[in-house]
Design a protein around this ligand. Structure first.
Ligand code: RRO
Length: 308
C-alpha cells in the first residue's frame, strides 16, 4: 500500500512533502529534501532580489509549535530557476513559491518559472511578516489583479498560498476567484500572522521584528488549518487540489487533513524540529492508520469526514 496522490494532475509518490519555509532556502537544503522521503521539493518563497530577511531572533520554537518573523530571506528567484534544473534529476515534482512585493513582481517571477524546470508554481498571497506590506489575499481587488495577469503566462499549474482566516462570506468570494481563474491548487494555511509571545523573564517579545508580532505555526493552528481545508473542499470539491498545512506532525494529523478534504499535506514546524526523517516517520504512521481502518488509498479517505 502506498499514499500516492495527485496535485493538479501531477503524480506525487506520497501525500507528504515539505512546506515552504523551513530548511528550503539554499541548494544544500533543497538537495536534502530531494534525497528524503518528501514526495516533492517545495522551495522557499522568493522575491525578485535576494533578501537577508528580518533581524534575529526571528524563529523561536515553542512547546506546541513555533513563532517566526523570517521576513522572506531568500536568494532571489533566479537562483531558484537555476536550482530547479539541477534538482530535476531527482525525478520528483519541484514547486516554486513566489512572493512579490508588488503585482509586477508576481508577473515577472511567474513568467520565468513558467519557462523553468519547476512542475508547479505556488503564488504566495499571505506572507504576514513584511513591515508595511499587508497580506495580498486579504485584498480581493489586489488578488484579482494578480490572478488576472499570472494565469496567462504559461501552462504549468498555478496555485495560491492562502492566509489562515476569512469570514465565511469571504471564503465564498475567494472560492469564486479560484474557480474563475482556473487556479489548479490551493495551500491552506499560511502561519497565523501578527501573534505575540512574551517572555516574562525578559519582559520582551521572543522575536524582534514588527515589535514582536509574528506568524504562529504548529499544533496551535491545526484546527484552523483543518477548517480552512474543509470549507474550501466543500466550496471547490474536486475542481481544485488542496494542500493542507498547519500543525501536521503525525500520521493521525495527516489522516485528519485527508478526511477534511486535502489531497496532500505539507510539513513545516515538525520538519524544522525533526529534520528530513519526519517525512518517512509520518508516512509510516499514516499507512498504519489506513491499514487499521481498512483504507487502501488517499483517494478513499479524501473528504470523507462524517457528520454527527
Ligand atoms: O518569510 C517569512 O517570514 C514568511 C513567509 Br514568506 C510566509 O509566507 N509565511 C510566514 O509565516 N513567514
Amino acid at each position: 500500500m502506498k499514499t500516492l496522490t495527485k496535485i493538479a494532475g501531477i503524480e506525487f509518490s506520497s501525500c507528504i512533502l515539505n512546506a515552504s519555509g523551513p530548511n528550503d532556502t539554499t541548494f544544500e537544503e533543497l538537495a536534502a529534501i530531494a534525497e528524503s522521503m518528501s514526495s516533492a521539493i517545495m522551495m522557499k518563497s522568493c522575491t525578485i532580489e535576494p533578501r537577508q530577511g528580518n533581524d534575529k531572533p526571528r524563529y523561536v520554537r515553542l512547546p506546541l509549535g513555533s513563532i517566526q518573523s523570517m521576513g522572506l530571506p531568500n536568494l532571489g528567484y533566479k537562483e531558484y530557476v537555476r536550482f530547479a534544473s539541477e534538482l530535476k534529476k531527482y525525478n520528483k515534482p519541484i514547486i516554486a513559491s513566489v512572493a512579490g512585493l508588488c503585482t509586477a513582481d508576481y508577473i515577472q517571477m511567474v513568467k520565468e518559472f513558467q519557462k523553468s524546470e519547476v512542475d508547479l508554481i505556488e503564488v504566495n498571497l499571505s506572507c504576514p511578516n513584511l513591515e508595511g506590506k499587508p497580506q495580498a489575499a486579504y485584498d480581493f481587488q489586489q488578488t484579482e489583479n494578480i490572478l488576472s495577469k499570472v494565469f496567462e503566462l504559461g501552462e504549468k499549474p498555478i496555485g495560491l498560498k492562502l492566509p489562515p482566516y476569512y469570514d465565511l462570506a469571504q471564503y465564498q468570494q475567494m472560492a469564486e476567484l479560484i474557480i474563475r481563474y482556473n487556479v489548479s491548487f490551493i495551500t491552506c494555511i499560511n502561519s497565523i500572522g501578527n501573534t505575540l509571545i512574551i517572555d516574562p523573564e525578559t519582559e520582551t517579545p521572543v522575536i524582534k521584528a514588527k515589535s514582536g508580532f509574528g506568524g504562529l505555526c504548529g499544533d496551535y493552528i491545526k484546527p484552523i488549518a483543518l477548517a480552512n481545508v474543509r470549507y474550501f473542499y466543500e466550496l471547490l470539491k474536486d475542481k481544485v487540489s488542496i494542500f493542507g498545512v498547519g500543525g501536521v506532525k503525525s500520521g493521525t494529523d495527516v489522516f485528519e487533513f485527508l478526511l477534511a478534504g486535502a489531497d496532500a499535506v505539507q510539513i513545516g514546524t515538525a520538519f524544522e524540529k525533526e529534520g528530513v526523517g519526519s517525512f518517512q516517520r509520518i508516512n509510516e504512521e499514516l499507512l498504519e492508520i489506513m491499514r487499521r481502518k481498512g483504507y487502501s488509498s488517499v483517494q478513499e479517505v479524501k473528504g470523507k469526514l462524517k457528520y454527527l
